[in-house]
Design a protein around this ligand. Structure first.
Ligand SMILES: NCc1[nH]cc(CCC(=O)O)c1CC(=O)O
Length: 322
């Protein structure tokens, strides 16, 4: 296997994204001590535009420029958060997943400066989030709390909360850990209360499809269980044709004995309707599992719920779609 002298790694330029790149660099350095790496940071549409994401192509807003740099040869490897990669369209033509780093925590966190839990927050507390998934679930579990739209990277959201734009935040545990702010977590929210985003905690390693030796080398630092879990989750998202602001949540897990499970939900915007499906399969059947859970949710009416929240449409006044 012949590797380039330097592997150029492209990523968004937020502090969280750059911390993710450093993890990939460390794992590549451990596996290939003789190969250097360097970072190619790019500012994406989603990072520049702080309005309603669904007005700028939604989740593709965080990947388009990264994919373009990879395809233009300005970089050799791209690192993405899996949950930022659109689920309703194929990966950028000419690129492939080489692997996924071992998954971090998939759960959401409450960030309350007073250290309270969701159950301890008084009625009317303003929770900063633009996630349809979080807004719908909070409407179901804690209808007395108010979601207020907030955009921007995690560091900016923490600053906006400190400035008084929100009383508390919902953020990913993994994201807070990556930016060195695990101290900000006041509650790690049980996945039964706040089902995580598909792809949460997982980092994708993407190469150009023709770079077979680099794909092999990068694949060697990938994690097999994360590959199986992400494969099931992304097949589910494909079957549901989930978009930037779809009220879809779920997670796959490889159990100790190796069996793969996938649990997923689709919500109405107000959280009053919750469709659920939970199935198991053999580890090699990740795609079939994702397709089967997706079909089960579609049979329950998921299509109408997903299409009922069009891109750019606000959520029953409870927060900005994302
Ligand atoms: N998965 C990480 C990710 N993907 C998109 C954003 C920014 C979210 C926004 O701009 O609203 C973030 C958080 C971060 O970079 O700190």
């Amino acid at each position: 296997m012949v590797l380039p002298e330097v592997i150029r790694i492209v990523s968004r330029d937020s502090p969280m994204a750059l911390a993710q790149v450093e993890r990939a660099r460390a794992e590549l350095a451990a596996a290939y001590p003789g190969t250097a790496t360097e970072v190619v940071p790019v500012r994406t549409t989603g990072d520049r535009w702080l309005g309603d994401l669904s007005l700028v192509e939604g989740k593709g807003a965080f990947t388009k420029e990264v994919d373009a740099a990879l395809l233009a040869g300005a970089a050799d490897l791209a690192v993405h958060c899996v949950k930022d990669i659109p689920g309703d369209r194929p990966l950028a033509a000419g690129t492939v997943f080489a692997g996924f780093l071992a998954r971090d925590d998939i759960r959401d966190a409450l960030v309350d400066p007073a250290g309270r839990t969701l159950d301890q927050l008084p009625p009317g507390t303003r929770i900063g989030t633009s996630s349809v998934r979080r807004t719908a679930q909070l409407a179901a579990s804690h209808p007395h709390l108010e979601c207020v739209p907030i955009r921007g990277n995690a560091n900016r959201r923490l600053a906006r909360m400190a400035a008084g734009d929100a009383d508390a935040l919902l953020l990913a545990v993994a994201g807070l850990e990556r930016i060195g702010r695990p101290d900000a977590v006041s509650e790690v929210i049980d996945p039964d209360v706040m089902v995580p985003a598909l792809g949460a905690g997982a980092l994708a390693l993407q190469c150009r499809e023709g770079d077979t030796e680099l794909i092999e080398a990068v694949g060697a630092i990938g994690d097999g269980d994360t590959l199986r879990e992400v494969t099931a989750e992304r097949m589910l998202l494909h079957v549901l044709q989930g978009r930037c602001n779809s009220p879809i949540a779920g997670f796959a897990r490889v159990a100790r004995e190796g069996a793969l499970s996938l649990r997923a939900c689709v919500f109405s915007a107000d959280g009053k309707t919750i469709l659920q499906a939970h199935e198991r399969a053999e580890p090699h059947a990740a795609k079939d599992l994702g397709a089967s859970v997706g079909a089960a949710l579609l049979r329950q009416g998921a299509r109408d719920l997903i299409d009922g929240i069009g891109c750019g449409q606000s959520l029953s006044g409870r927060g900005q779609s994302r």
